[in-house]
Design a protein around this ligand. Sequence first.
Ligand code: GAL
Length: 376
Amino acid sequence: MKKIFLLFTMILIVLSAFSQNNRSIKPGEIWPDTDGKHINSHGGGILLHDRTYYWFGESRLPRGEKDRTNYGVGCYSSKDLLNWKNEGLALRVISDTSSLLQPGCVIERPKVIFNKKTGKFVMWFHHELKGQGYRAALTGVAVSDKITGPFKYIRSLRPNAGQWPVYFPEEFKTPIPEEARLKSWSDEWIKAVREGLFVRRDFTGGQMARDMTLYVDRDGKAYHIHSAEENMTLHFSELTDDYLDFTGRYYRVLPGESNEAPAIFYAKGKYFMFTSGTTGWKPNPGRLSSADKISGEWKALGNPCRGTDEENKTTFGSQSTFVLPVRGKNNKLIYLGDRWIPENLADSRHIWLPVEWENGIPVIKWHPEWYLSKIK
Ligand code: GAL
C-alpha cells in the first residue's frame, strides 16, 4: 500500500512538473497557460499581490474584427511570470439589455489597482456600447473585495465633465470663430486642437476616454491615463482617494500628438511612458516620452526600439500595453505589448521584452527567446 502511495505521489509530481513547463519567454509564439491553452488576456496589465502576479486583460471571443465584442475581463495568476493559471473571468458582461455592459459591448485595455485605504481592488476599462462602434468613448469602473473577482460593475462615464484641465490657459476656454467647421488635419485645425478645440467641445458632457491605463504614483495617488480629444491628446486624470471616481483635476499631455496605448513607469528618478501612434490594430513606430513629475511637462524622446528599420517601424510587431516591475529583481522592468491578430483577436500574441537601458533611456530590443535571469 505504502509503495502504491509513493508511486502515485511521484506520478503527481512528474505531472505537475510537466504542467509548469514554460521556462522562457518566447515573444510572438503561442503562450500556453497551465491548461495548455493560449493565454486569452489582451491589452492588459499585471498586479502583484501577496507574492502572486495577476494578469488582467481582454478575454476575446475566437472571432475577429467584425465582432469585437468580448466576454469580459480575464484573469490569470502566476508566481513565476511564466506559468499562468486561468482564474476565469474577473468581470463578465451582463446578460440584460438594460445594462450598458450587455453582451455586444466592447471592453478594452482593462487594468486593476489595489486601494490600500479601502482594501478593495478597482478595475477601469475602455468601454464602448453595443452597436455604436467607438463613438461612446467611455471608461467603466468595477470593484471587488477579492483580486480574482467577481468584480461588481459600477458605471461607465466620460471623465471630468464641467472641468477645465490644470494649466489650461484662460484664452483657450473661449471658442474661436467657426471652429467646428475647420477642415480636419488643416494647419488651423491642428493648431485649434492643440489649443483645446475638443476640450471645449466636450466640456459639458465629459472628456473622451479610449485607450487607457492606470498608474498609482509613489504617494498613493492614482491616475486614469487615457486617449482623449479624438485620440489627439492624452489626459492624465486624477482619481479620488478610493479610486472609484475622478477628482476633476486632469492634465493634458502631448497635445495634438495622437498617442494611444499608454504604459507608464517610474525608473531612475523619472517618469517614462511608452505609447503608440493611432493606426488601429496595425502596429506603428513606438514612442517614448518622459517627465520629472507625473503632471508633466512630458517630453517626446523618439522611438525606444533598437532593432532593424523594419522592426522599429512596427515596435517589433506590437503595441504597448503595460510595463511590469519584477519583484525581487530590483524592480527591473518588462515591456508588455500586443501583436494583434484582427481576424482572431483571441489568438493575438504577447510581446514581452526586457526593458534595457542606453544612456539613461529605456530601450527595447528583440529577443526571440529569453530567460527571466536576463533581468536579474
Ligand atoms: C487600437 C487600440 C486598440 C483597439 C483598436 C481598435 O488603436 O489601441 O485597443 O481599440 O485600435 O481598432
